[in-house]
Design a protein around this ligand. Sequence first.
Ligand code: EPZ
Length: 418
Amino acid sequence: MASLLISGGRPLCGEIKIQGSKNAVLPLMAAALLLPGTTRLSGCPRISDVAAMAELLEQVGARVSWEEDTLCIDAATVHPIPLKQEDTRKTRASILLLGALLGRTQCCEMAYPGGCAIGSRPIDLHLKALRGMGYTVWEREELFCEGKGIAGADIYFTFPSVGATQNALLTAATIQGETRLHGVAREPEVQVLCRFLQKAGVRIDGIGTKNLKIKGSEVLMPVNEVVPSDRIVAGTYLVAVLAAGGNALLHCDCVRELAALVKPLRAAGAKIFELPEGIRVGAGERLTALDYLVTEPYPGFPTDMQSQVMALAAVCEGTTILEERVFEARLATAAQLKRMGAKIYLEENRAIIQGVSRLRGAAVEAGDLRGAAALVIGGLSAEGETLLAGYSYILRGYEDIVRDFTALGAELRLTESR
Ligand code: EPZ
Protein backbone atom coordinates (compact mmCIF):
# COMPACT_ATOMS: atom_id res chain seq x y z
CA MET A 1 0.00 0.00 0.00
CA ALA A 2 1.48 3.39 -0.95
CA SER A 3 1.93 5.95 1.78
CA LEU A 4 2.65 9.65 1.58
CA LEU A 5 5.65 11.13 3.42
CA ILE A 6 5.18 14.85 4.12
CA SER A 7 7.87 17.20 5.48
CA GLY A 8 5.81 19.95 7.08
CA GLY A 9 6.42 23.58 7.92
CA ARG A 10 7.03 24.98 4.44
CA PRO A 11 4.76 27.81 3.22
CA LEU A 12 2.75 27.15 0.03
CA CYS A 13 3.47 29.74 -2.67
CA GLY A 14 2.86 29.86 -6.43
CA GLU A 15 -0.03 29.03 -8.72
CA ILE A 16 -1.77 25.87 -9.90
CA LYS A 17 -4.70 24.88 -12.10
CA ILE A 18 -7.58 23.13 -10.34
CA GLN A 19 -8.59 19.81 -11.93
CA GLY A 20 -12.02 18.96 -13.33
CA SER A 21 -14.77 18.12 -10.87
CA LYS A 22 -15.15 14.48 -9.73
CA ASN A 23 -18.72 14.98 -8.55
CA ALA A 24 -19.72 16.77 -11.74
CA VAL A 25 -18.12 14.35 -14.23
CA LEU A 26 -19.37 11.08 -12.69
CA PRO A 27 -23.07 11.90 -13.30
CA LEU A 28 -22.21 13.12 -16.82
CA MET A 29 -20.54 9.75 -17.51
CA ALA A 30 -23.76 7.99 -16.47
CA ALA A 31 -25.83 10.43 -18.55
CA ALA A 32 -23.74 9.61 -21.64
CA LEU A 33 -25.41 6.16 -21.61
CA LEU A 34 -28.67 7.88 -22.53
CA LEU A 35 -27.15 9.37 -25.70
CA PRO A 36 -26.69 7.17 -28.78
CA GLY A 37 -23.36 8.38 -30.23
CA THR A 38 -20.13 9.79 -28.80
CA THR A 39 -20.20 12.20 -25.85
CA ARG A 40 -16.99 14.12 -25.16
CA LEU A 41 -16.14 15.39 -21.65
CA SER A 42 -13.12 17.69 -21.81
CA GLY A 43 -11.12 18.65 -18.71
CA CYS A 44 -12.01 15.25 -17.23
CA PRO A 45 -9.91 14.45 -14.13
CA ARG A 46 -7.76 11.29 -14.22
CA ILE A 47 -8.91 9.84 -10.87
CA SER A 48 -9.74 6.30 -9.81
CA ASP A 49 -13.48 7.00 -9.44
CA VAL A 50 -13.56 7.97 -13.14
CA ALA A 51 -11.66 4.78 -14.05
CA ALA A 52 -14.12 2.70 -12.01
CA MET A 53 -17.09 4.38 -13.68
CA ALA A 54 -15.52 3.92 -17.14
CA GLU A 55 -15.16 0.18 -16.48
CA LEU A 56 -18.86 -0.05 -15.64
CA LEU A 57 -19.85 1.86 -18.78
CA GLU A 58 -17.80 -0.55 -20.89
CA GLN A 59 -19.47 -3.54 -19.24
CA VAL A 60 -22.84 -2.33 -20.52
CA GLY A 61 -21.58 -1.84 -24.07
CA ALA A 62 -20.21 1.71 -24.21
CA ARG A 63 -16.75 2.33 -25.64
CA VAL A 64 -14.63 4.68 -23.48
CA SER A 65 -11.37 6.30 -24.62
CA TRP A 66 -9.16 9.28 -23.79
CA GLU A 67 -8.05 12.00 -26.17
CA GLU A 68 -5.60 14.04 -24.04
CA ASP A 69 -7.78 15.39 -21.22
CA THR A 70 -11.06 14.55 -22.98
CA LEU A 71 -13.00 11.42 -22.06
CA CYS A 72 -14.94 10.06 -25.05
CA ILE A 73 -17.92 7.81 -24.41
CA ASP A 74 -19.48 6.08 -27.42
CA ALA A 75 -22.87 4.78 -26.26
CA ALA A 76 -24.24 3.85 -29.70
CA THR A 77 -25.22 0.46 -28.32
CA VAL A 78 -26.00 -0.25 -24.67
CA HIS A 79 -26.96 -3.70 -23.39
CA PRO A 80 -27.65 -4.08 -19.66
CA ILE A 81 -25.84 -6.94 -17.98
CA PRO A 82 -25.84 -7.70 -14.23
CA LEU A 83 -23.26 -5.35 -12.68
CA LYS A 84 -21.27 -7.17 -10.04
CA GLN A 85 -20.43 -6.08 -6.49
CA GLU A 86 -16.68 -6.03 -7.08
CA ASP A 87 -17.30 -3.32 -9.67
CA THR A 88 -20.20 -1.32 -8.23
CA ARG A 89 -18.65 -1.08 -4.77
CA LYS A 90 -15.65 0.88 -6.10
CA THR A 91 -17.58 4.14 -6.23
CA ARG A 92 -20.81 5.57 -4.85
CA ALA A 93 -21.57 6.99 -8.30
CA SER A 94 -22.22 3.48 -9.68
CA ILE A 95 -25.77 3.91 -8.33
CA LEU A 96 -26.35 6.47 -11.12
CA LEU A 97 -26.20 3.66 -13.65
CA LEU A 98 -29.62 2.69 -12.29
CA GLY A 99 -31.29 5.82 -13.63
CA ALA A 100 -29.26 5.87 -16.83
CA LEU A 101 -29.93 2.22 -17.75
CA LEU A 102 -33.62 2.54 -16.91
CA GLY A 103 -33.77 5.68 -19.02
CA ARG A 104 -32.05 3.98 -21.98
CA THR A 105 -33.06 0.31 -21.76
CA GLN A 106 -35.91 0.26 -19.19
CA CYS A 107 -34.13 -2.37 -17.09
CA CYS A 108 -31.16 -2.67 -14.77
CA GLU A 109 -29.67 -5.36 -12.56
CA MET A 110 -26.82 -4.28 -10.29
CA ALA A 111 -25.17 -4.84 -6.93
CA TYR A 112 -25.29 -2.08 -4.36
CA PRO A 113 -22.91 0.90 -4.72
CA GLY A 114 -19.82 1.64 -2.62
CA GLY A 115 -18.53 4.98 -1.44
CA CYS A 116 -16.46 6.34 1.45
CA ALA A 117 -17.17 4.99 4.93
CA ILE A 118 -18.79 8.19 6.19
CA GLY A 119 -22.19 6.76 7.01
CA SER A 120 -24.62 4.00 6.10
CA ARG A 121 -25.37 5.67 2.73
CA PRO A 122 -28.78 4.10 2.07
CA ILE A 123 -30.45 4.42 -1.33
CA ASP A 124 -34.07 4.55 -0.18
CA LEU A 125 -34.62 8.01 -1.69
CA HIS A 126 -33.28 6.81 -5.06
CA LEU A 127 -35.62 3.79 -5.11
CA LYS A 128 -38.64 5.79 -3.87
CA ALA A 129 -38.15 8.24 -6.75
CA LEU A 130 -37.84 5.46 -9.36
CA ARG A 131 -40.92 3.66 -8.04
CA GLY A 132 -42.80 6.97 -8.10
CA MET A 133 -41.92 7.26 -11.78
CA GLY A 134 -43.46 3.90 -12.53
CA TYR A 135 -40.52 1.50 -12.36
CA THR A 136 -40.68 -1.81 -10.51
CA VAL A 137 -37.76 -2.23 -8.10
CA TRP A 138 -36.84 -5.48 -6.33
CA GLU A 139 -34.34 -5.17 -3.49
CA ARG A 140 -32.67 -8.53 -2.91
CA GLU A 141 -28.98 -9.48 -2.77
CA GLU A 142 -28.86 -7.12 -5.70
CA LEU A 143 -31.13 -4.51 -7.24
CA PHE A 144 -33.50 -5.48 -10.06
CA CYS A 145 -35.40 -2.70 -11.79
CA GLU A 146 -37.57 -2.62 -14.89
CA GLY A 147 -40.56 -0.89 -16.45
CA LYS A 148 -41.51 2.08 -18.53
CA GLY A 149 -41.49 5.49 -16.89
CA ILE A 150 -44.90 7.11 -16.59
CA ALA A 151 -45.48 10.72 -17.57
CA GLY A 152 -46.92 13.22 -15.14
CA ALA A 153 -45.31 11.88 -11.96
CA ASP A 154 -44.79 14.18 -8.97
CA ILE A 155 -41.78 13.04 -6.93
CA TYR A 156 -41.26 14.49 -3.45
CA PHE A 157 -37.80 14.21 -1.81
CA THR A 158 -37.85 14.16 2.00
CA PHE A 159 -34.14 15.10 1.89
CA PRO A 160 -32.34 16.92 -0.96
CA SER A 161 -30.18 13.91 -1.82
CA VAL A 162 -27.66 14.77 -4.58
CA GLY A 163 -27.50 11.24 -5.99
CA ALA A 164 -31.24 10.59 -5.77
CA THR A 165 -31.93 13.89 -7.56
CA GLN A 166 -29.46 12.92 -10.28
CA ASN A 167 -30.96 9.44 -10.68
CA ALA A 168 -34.44 10.89 -11.05
CA LEU A 169 -33.15 13.34 -13.69
CA LEU A 170 -31.46 10.53 -15.65
CA THR A 171 -34.64 8.47 -15.66
CA ALA A 172 -36.99 11.36 -16.45
CA ALA A 173 -34.78 12.40 -19.39
CA THR A 174 -36.41 9.81 -21.67
CA ILE A 175 -39.95 9.87 -20.28
CA GLN A 176 -42.30 11.47 -22.82
CA GLY A 177 -44.34 14.04 -20.92
CA GLU A 178 -43.65 16.01 -17.78
CA THR A 179 -42.03 14.76 -14.56
CA ARG A 180 -42.04 17.11 -11.58
CA LEU A 181 -39.38 16.77 -8.85
CA HIS A 182 -39.98 18.57 -5.55
CA GLY A 183 -37.37 19.27 -2.82
CA VAL A 184 -34.36 18.38 -4.99
CA ALA A 185 -30.65 18.98 -4.28
CA ARG A 186 -29.31 22.27 -5.68
CA GLU A 187 -25.59 21.39 -5.64
CA PRO A 188 -23.61 22.81 -8.61
CA GLU A 189 -23.10 19.22 -9.77
CA VAL A 190 -26.89 18.80 -10.09
CA GLN A 191 -27.12 22.03 -12.10
CA VAL A 192 -24.28 20.86 -14.39
CA LEU A 193 -26.19 17.63 -15.09
CA CYS A 194 -29.38 19.60 -15.84
CA ARG A 195 -27.61 21.85 -18.35
CA PHE A 196 -25.92 18.80 -19.94
CA LEU A 197 -29.31 17.08 -20.38
CA GLN A 198 -30.78 20.29 -21.84
CA LYS A 199 -28.00 20.26 -24.48
CA ALA A 200 -28.92 16.62 -25.21
CA GLY A 201 -32.53 17.62 -25.91
CA VAL A 202 -34.30 17.40 -22.55
CA ARG A 203 -36.52 20.32 -21.50
CA ILE A 204 -35.76 21.25 -17.84
CA ASP A 205 -37.24 24.21 -15.95
CA GLY A 206 -36.28 25.40 -12.46
CA ILE A 207 -32.52 24.66 -12.57
CA GLY A 208 -30.91 25.81 -9.31
CA THR A 209 -34.22 25.79 -7.42
CA LYS A 210 -35.77 23.13 -5.19
CA ASN A 211 -38.29 22.13 -7.85
CA LEU A 212 -37.58 20.84 -11.36
CA LYS A 213 -39.93 20.20 -14.28
CA ILE A 214 -38.53 17.78 -16.85
CA LYS A 215 -39.92 17.02 -20.31
CA GLY A 216 -38.06 14.00 -21.57
CA SER A 217 -37.51 12.93 -25.16
CA GLU A 218 -36.90 9.63 -26.88
CA VAL A 219 -34.52 11.26 -29.30
CA LEU A 220 -31.49 12.58 -27.40
CA MET A 221 -28.17 13.67 -28.92
CA PRO A 222 -24.59 13.18 -27.72
CA VAL A 223 -23.03 16.25 -26.07
CA ASN A 224 -19.60 17.90 -26.01
CA GLU A 225 -19.15 19.28 -22.49
CA VAL A 226 -16.38 20.99 -20.54
CA VAL A 227 -16.10 19.61 -17.00
CA PRO A 228 -16.14 22.52 -14.48
CA SER A 229 -13.38 22.95 -11.87
CA ASP A 230 -13.65 20.80 -8.77
CA ARG A 231 -14.91 23.13 -6.05
CA ILE A 232 -13.87 20.71 -3.27
CA VAL A 233 -10.32 20.34 -4.62
CA ALA A 234 -10.14 24.15 -4.87
CA GLY A 235 -11.45 24.42 -1.30
CA THR A 236 -8.98 21.80 -0.10
CA TYR A 237 -5.99 23.67 -1.56
CA LEU A 238 -7.28 27.01 -0.31
CA VAL A 239 -7.52 25.64 3.25
CA ALA A 240 -4.05 24.04 2.90
CA VAL A 241 -2.47 27.44 2.13
CA LEU A 242 -4.19 28.93 5.17
CA ALA A 243 -3.01 26.09 7.42
CA ALA A 244 0.59 25.88 6.15
CA GLY A 245 1.02 29.60 5.44
CA GLY A 246 1.92 31.22 2.12
CA ASN A 247 0.16 32.83 -0.80
CA ALA A 248 -1.19 31.09 -3.91
CA LEU A 249 -3.32 31.60 -7.00
CA LEU A 250 -5.74 28.75 -7.77
CA HIS A 251 -6.87 28.83 -11.41
CA CYS A 252 -10.50 27.66 -11.40
CA ASP A 253 -14.03 28.63 -12.44
CA CYS A 254 -15.76 27.71 -9.16
CA VAL A 255 -15.28 30.83 -7.04
CA ARG A 256 -19.00 31.53 -6.63
CA GLU A 257 -19.71 27.97 -5.53
CA LEU A 258 -17.31 28.34 -2.58
CA ALA A 259 -19.12 31.28 -0.93
CA ALA A 260 -20.22 29.28 2.14
CA LEU A 261 -16.59 28.28 2.76
CA VAL A 262 -14.94 31.62 1.95
CA LYS A 263 -17.20 33.70 4.21
CA PRO A 264 -16.19 32.14 7.57
CA LEU A 265 -12.53 31.93 6.49
CA ARG A 266 -12.47 35.66 5.71
CA ALA A 267 -14.12 36.35 9.08
CA ALA A 268 -11.23 34.43 10.70
CA GLY A 269 -8.70 36.70 8.97
CA ALA A 270 -7.93 34.84 5.73
CA LYS A 271 -7.00 37.01 2.75
CA ILE A 272 -9.08 35.61 -0.12
CA PHE A 273 -9.55 37.47 -3.40
CA GLU A 274 -11.89 36.45 -6.21
CA LEU A 275 -10.24 37.09 -9.58
CA PRO A 276 -11.37 36.45 -13.17
CA GLU A 277 -8.86 33.59 -13.38
CA GLY A 278 -9.75 32.08 -10.01
CA ILE A 279 -8.95 32.58 -6.33
CA ARG A 280 -5.92 34.15 -4.67
CA VAL A 281 -5.45 33.11 -1.03
CA GLY A 282 -2.97 34.51 1.52
CA ALA A 283 -2.49 33.20 5.04
CA GLY A 284 -1.43 36.50 6.66
CA GLU A 285 -1.36 36.29 10.47
CA ARG A 286 -2.50 33.16 12.36
CA LEU A 287 -6.25 32.82 11.82
CA THR A 288 -8.69 33.23 14.66
CA ALA A 289 -11.14 30.39 15.33
CA LEU A 290 -14.04 29.73 12.94
CA ASP A 291 -16.68 29.90 15.70
CA TYR A 292 -19.51 27.51 14.84
CA LEU A 293 -19.86 25.84 11.42
CA VAL A 294 -22.68 23.48 10.43
CA THR A 295 -22.55 21.33 7.28
CA GLU A 296 -25.70 21.58 5.16
CA PRO A 297 -26.90 20.84 1.64
CA TYR A 298 -25.91 23.47 -0.95
CA PRO A 299 -25.74 26.45 -0.72
CA GLY A 300 -24.79 25.76 2.93
CA PHE A 301 -21.30 24.92 4.24
CA PRO A 302 -20.26 21.77 2.28
CA THR A 303 -19.86 18.49 4.16
CA ASP A 304 -17.06 17.61 1.73
CA MET A 305 -14.98 20.43 3.27
CA GLN A 306 -15.66 19.55 6.91
CA SER A 307 -12.59 17.34 7.51
CA GLN A 308 -10.23 19.75 5.77
CA VAL A 309 -11.54 22.69 7.83
CA MET A 310 -11.08 20.58 10.98
CA ALA A 311 -7.37 20.33 10.14
CA LEU A 312 -7.22 24.11 9.72
CA ALA A 313 -9.21 24.83 12.89
CA ALA A 314 -6.71 22.65 14.76
CA VAL A 315 -4.10 25.44 14.36
CA CYS A 316 -6.34 28.53 14.59
CA GLU A 317 -6.33 30.82 17.63
CA GLY A 318 -9.32 29.85 19.81
CA THR A 319 -12.09 27.27 19.74
CA THR A 320 -14.05 26.17 16.65
CA ILE A 321 -17.12 23.94 16.70
CA LEU A 322 -17.91 21.88 13.59
CA GLU A 323 -21.33 20.22 13.44
CA GLU A 324 -21.76 17.50 10.78
CA ARG A 325 -25.43 17.34 9.77
CA VAL A 326 -25.24 15.57 6.38
CA PHE A 327 -23.42 12.28 7.11
CA GLU A 328 -23.72 10.47 10.43
CA ALA A 329 -20.10 9.19 10.59
CA ARG A 330 -17.83 11.83 9.12
CA LEU A 331 -15.79 12.98 12.15
CA ALA A 332 -13.30 10.07 12.18
CA THR A 333 -10.41 12.29 11.07
CA ALA A 334 -10.41 13.88 14.53
CA ALA A 335 -8.71 10.80 16.02
CA GLN A 336 -5.89 10.96 13.49
CA LEU A 337 -5.39 14.72 13.92
CA LYS A 338 -5.16 14.15 17.69
CA ARG A 339 -2.17 11.88 17.01
CA MET A 340 -0.58 15.02 15.57
CA GLY A 341 -1.25 16.99 18.73
CA ALA A 342 -4.62 18.50 17.82
CA LYS A 343 -7.00 19.19 20.71
CA ILE A 344 -10.37 17.90 19.48
CA TYR A 345 -13.31 16.65 21.55
CA LEU A 346 -16.21 14.80 19.93
CA GLU A 347 -19.74 15.20 21.25
CA GLU A 348 -22.46 13.42 19.19
CA ASN A 349 -22.16 14.95 15.71
CA ARG A 350 -20.02 17.85 16.84
CA ALA A 351 -16.25 18.33 16.96
CA ILE A 352 -14.99 20.94 19.43
CA ILE A 353 -11.54 22.02 18.30
CA GLN A 354 -9.23 24.02 20.56
CA GLY A 355 -6.53 25.50 18.33
CA VAL A 356 -2.87 24.83 19.10
CA SER A 357 0.05 26.83 17.68
CA ARG A 358 1.54 23.93 15.70
CA LEU A 359 0.75 20.28 14.96
CA ARG A 360 3.61 17.80 15.07
CA GLY A 361 4.31 15.23 12.36
CA ALA A 362 3.16 11.67 13.10
CA ALA A 363 2.21 8.35 11.49
CA VAL A 364 -1.50 8.62 10.63
CA GLU A 365 -4.01 6.60 8.64
CA ALA A 366 -6.80 7.79 6.34
CA GLY A 367 -10.26 6.15 6.36
CA ASP A 368 -11.97 8.13 3.60
CA LEU A 369 -11.25 10.50 0.72
CA ARG A 370 -11.73 13.90 2.38
CA GLY A 371 -10.30 12.67 5.67
CA ALA A 372 -7.14 11.73 3.77
CA ALA A 373 -7.00 15.24 2.27
CA ALA A 374 -7.41 16.69 5.77
CA LEU A 375 -4.42 14.68 7.02
CA VAL A 376 -2.30 15.96 4.13
CA ILE A 377 -3.22 19.49 5.22
CA GLY A 378 -2.27 18.59 8.81
CA GLY A 379 1.06 17.20 7.60
CA LEU A 380 1.83 20.29 5.51
CA SER A 381 1.26 22.61 8.48
CA ALA A 382 2.96 20.37 11.09
CA GLU A 383 6.48 20.55 12.48
CA GLY A 384 8.44 17.51 11.23
CA GLU A 385 7.46 14.52 9.11
CA THR A 386 4.05 12.92 8.68
CA LEU A 387 3.59 9.44 7.20
CA LEU A 388 0.08 9.07 5.80
CA ALA A 389 -1.14 5.50 5.20
CA GLY A 390 -4.18 5.03 2.97
CA TYR A 391 -2.95 7.27 0.15
CA SER A 392 -5.16 5.30 -2.27
CA TYR A 393 -8.19 7.15 -0.86
CA ILE A 394 -6.68 10.38 -2.20
CA LEU A 395 -6.51 8.95 -5.73
CA ARG A 396 -10.29 8.60 -5.78
CA GLY A 397 -10.75 12.36 -5.99
CA TYR A 398 -7.43 14.14 -6.39
CA GLU A 399 -5.69 13.75 -9.76
CA ASP A 400 -2.15 14.34 -8.42
CA ILE A 401 -1.89 15.94 -4.96
CA VAL A 402 1.91 15.40 -4.92
CA ARG A 403 2.27 17.29 -8.22
CA ASP A 404 0.04 20.13 -7.05
CA PHE A 405 1.53 20.70 -3.60
CA THR A 406 5.09 20.27 -4.91
CA ALA A 407 4.33 23.04 -7.41
CA LEU A 408 3.47 25.22 -4.41
CA GLY A 409 6.80 24.47 -2.70
CA ALA A 410 5.78 21.61 -0.40
CA GLU A 411 8.04 18.64 0.25
CA LEU A 412 6.09 15.37 -0.03
CA ARG A 413 6.63 12.08 -1.78
CA LEU A 414 5.16 8.62 -2.14
CA THR A 415 6.75 5.77 -0.26
CA GLU A 416 5.92 2.07 -0.03
CA SER A 417 4.82 1.21 3.49
CA ARG A 418 5.12 -2.34 4.84
C1 EPZ B 1 -22.77 13.13 -3.17
O1 EPZ B 1 -22.96 11.91 -2.48
C2 EPZ B 1 -21.26 13.30 -3.31
N1 EPZ B 1 -20.71 12.17 -4.06
C3 EPZ B 1 -20.62 13.32 -1.92
O2 EPZ B 1 -19.24 13.58 -2.09
C4 EPZ B 1 -21.24 14.48 -1.13
O3 EPZ B 1 -20.71 14.47 0.19
C5 EPZ B 1 -22.76 14.33 -1.08
O4 EPZ B 1 -23.29 14.24 -2.42
C6 EPZ B 1 -23.43 15.49 -0.38
O5 EPZ B 1 -23.08 16.69 -1.01
C7 EPZ B 1 -20.81 12.19 -5.42
O6 EPZ B 1 -21.35 13.11 -6.01
C8 EPZ B 1 -20.21 11.03 -6.14
P1 EPZ B 1 -26.53 12.40 -0.75
P2 EPZ B 1 -24.45 11.27 -2.33
O7 EPZ B 1 -27.40 11.40 -1.41
O8 EPZ B 1 -25.23 11.54 -3.55
C9 EPZ B 1 -28.63 10.39 2.96
C10 EPZ B 1 -16.94 13.21 -1.81
O9 EPZ B 1 -16.18 13.29 -0.84
N2 EPZ B 1 -29.37 9.61 1.96
O10 EPZ B 1 -26.82 13.86 -0.93
O11 EPZ B 1 -24.29 9.88 -1.86
C11 EPZ B 1 -27.17 9.98 3.03
O12 EPZ B 1 -27.01 8.83 3.86
C12 EPZ B 1 -18.29 12.56 -1.68
O13 EPZ B 1 -16.68 13.67 -2.96
C13 EPZ B 1 -30.41 8.79 2.38
O14 EPZ B 1 -30.72 8.71 3.57
O15 EPZ B 1 -25.01 12.17 -1.13
C14 EPZ B 1 -26.50 11.19 3.59
O16 EPZ B 1 -26.64 11.17 4.99
C15 EPZ B 1 -18.57 12.04 -0.27
N3 EPZ B 1 -31.06 8.06 1.46
C16 EPZ B 1 -27.33 12.34 3.00
O17 EPZ B 1 -28.56 11.77 2.57
C17 EPZ B 1 -30.74 8.10 0.12
O18 EPZ B 1 -31.39 7.40 -0.68
C18 EPZ B 1 -26.66 13.01 1.80
O19 EPZ B 1 -26.49 12.03 0.80
C19 EPZ B 1 -29.67 8.92 -0.29
C20 EPZ B 1 -29.00 9.68 0.65
